[in-house]
Design a protein around this ligand. Structure first.
Ligand SMILES: NC(=O)c1ccc[n+]([C@@H]2O[C@H](COP(=O)([O-])OP(=O)(O)OC[C@H]3O[C@@H](n4cnc5c(N)ncnc54)[C@H](OP(=O)(O)O)[C@@H]3O)[C@@H](O)[C@H]2O)c1
Length: 263
């Protein structure tokens, strides 16, 4: 039996890529969506597009690196009547840089957006969800949470932190009837790689096997209807990660030899 969809969902990073596709899909199914992002013009454009298509959307202006934007945000939304049945922690930024080329501000900015914001919003939303005895938190992490790659140490670390956090949150929230799902996509065709700071000699770019944001949005919708703990974007991704877990020394050797060939 599918679970009823949430009445209201707050989606971070909902103006582009996976977040936007998720907001549009959920709104088309009758979910009122909170569109959270940093750039007000993009928030307004997304809200207008969803309303034009017949959906319900409210703007939520927040730069997730700013403490003053985050503090009390969930409480204010709830007090204004936007009770949050589902929170989709999707906002994320990338960085392609070797460790020797990584600056401290890169490290801090990625953790602020990809991890601290998701943690704090989840904590604040969970207080309200737990009181009501239902809710769903969906964390958009990454396959790199399970296997870091050269040039992606900071990004993968933020996602590994989100992976660990999701595991604990799932149990702590589960006692109050709140579900937690982590999505671990591998490669998705969005502007993510274009906007990421890039100091890599051989930058990674999504290949022909990359998913569309709409495919990932469909996984979010499915998870809300049929709650599961983790969703991998493909069987191949799950297989490759499983093999790398089973044979880490071989995985390291393959990556090292590829890296030597590139240098
Ligand atoms: N694309 C992939 O291949 C891939 C693979 C695995 C996992 N993921 C994860 O999926 C999620 C979405 O990625 P995407 O590819 O859809 O990215 P995207 O197209 O670049 O969109 C990122 C969204 O996050 C928002 N955002 C960025 N910094 C923000 C900040 N400081 N405050 C508030 N909002 C902020 C952006 O809004 P503004 O423009 O207003 O900043 C935008 O709406 C990320 O967590 C990413 O790590 C992506």
């Amino acid at each position: 039996m599918p679970r009823p969809l949430p009445v209201r969902a707050l989606i971070t990073g909902a103006t582009a890529g996976i977040g936007r596709a998720t907001a549009e899909l959920l709104a088309s199914k009758g979910v009122a969506v909170g569109i959270l992002a940093e750039r007000p013009a993009e928030v307004d454009e997304t809200v207008a597009a969803i309303r034009h298509a017949g959906g319900t959307a409210v703007p939520v202006y927040a730069d997730l690196t700013r403490r003053e934007d985050l503090t009390g945000l969930i409480d204010r939304l709830e007090a204004d009547g936007f009770t949050i049945d589902a929170l989709v922690n999707n906002a994320g930024i990338g960085l392609q840089a070797d460790i020797l080329d990584t600056r401290e501000e890169d490290l801090r900015r990625l953790f602020e957006v990809n991890y601290f914001a998701a943690f704090l919003l989840s904590r604040d939303a969970l207080r309200h969800m737990a009181r009501r005895g239902h809710g769903h938190i969906v964390n958009i992490s990454s396959a790199s949470a399970r296997r870091s790659l050269p040039g992606m140490s900071v990004y993968a670390s933020t996602k590994a932190a989100m992976h660990s956090f999701s595991q604990a949150l799932r149990i702590e929230a589960g006692t109050s009837g709140v579900y937690v799902t982590e999505l671990l996509p591998m490669s998705v065709r969005t502007r993510f790689f274009d906007s990421a700071t890039n100091r890599a000699k051989k930058p990674y770019a999504p290949g022909w096997k990359a998913h569309t944001p709409e495919e990932i949005a469909a996984e979010v919708l499915r998870a809300l209807r049929y709650p599961v703990r983790e969703v991998y974007s493909s069987t191949l991704a799950r297989f490759v990660l499983g093999i790398a877990d089973l044979f880490p020394t071989i995985a390291d050797a393959i990556l090292l030899s590829r890296r030597k060939k590139q240098e």
